[in-house]
Design a protein. Sequence first.
Length: 325
Amino acid sequence: MTKNKHIVTVTMNPAVDLACSVPDFTAGKVNRATGYQMNAAGKGVNIAVLLRKFNLPMTATGFLGIDNAHIFEKLFQNQNIIDEFVRVPGETRTGIKILDPNAKATTDINLPGLVPTTEHINILLQTVERLAKAVAMVIIGGSLPATVDPGIISELVTVIKANGAKAIVDTSGSALRNAVKALPYLIKPNDDELAEIVGHPLHKLDEIITDARKMNKSGIETVIVSLGSRGALFIKKDEELFAKPPKVEVVSTVGAGDAMIGGMVAGMALGLSFKEQVRLATSLSAATVAQAGPSLDKLENAKELEDLIAIEHINIEGGISCQKL
């Protein structure tokens, strides 16, 4: 493995995503889909697929159900992703996405996940420890199976850091709170998730910036705060940027956050400046919401949006400056 380029993703609660297009979807009624697609997915899986488009060497691990593992195995083979998933009895869950193109809304129905045992969890920890010794970055993405203690996130971050890799976390709730305690290299909460972490409401942009800065100063190198269609804040000690995406026709928001993390990681692996990382991450995220699937079809779709992204400095008082970069 080439340490400065090789990347590992960890997905403990992957899913087979079934995305159905249902115009004028109505609960309690018979609805007819005009189309559908099925994908092996989950945050880390989506990110791994995206990063392969940059020809970066990828390994994926986490928990995978034995009974329908072939769906994921086919994807990994086709994308040349090294499969280090821990196999668990049962089926990997299905996530149903109902896309209403008329209402421009997505309804999620997430089925129950796998039930890893203590032995499975220990194997995963050992796998991540082994992989972290030889790679540059390890991305922990997505939710946890209901039976897994959120403290595993803190353990994983600690193991990754101890073995010389950067720990990048994109999760939520108690899993994210546990991650923050272990001080990963990068986190990406949205504004509501940040408010939950800090324990008080965040109504104004300057309040969000202030608390993101506090997390950065605590030892988290990069804090990204997603603000949905308004854009995202990218906070580092020596550079703070606000990126606003162009308006696009929203087909599905599924995978937009994964694309943002993927863009930042690709930018770091390729040696781009922080500003260039932010531009790449924002363009990939914007291009992803314009399609139905969780993984971007073509990088060219994002490339076309790069010049339309407004990137501005955050000034010392917390506001956004008028200087576009």
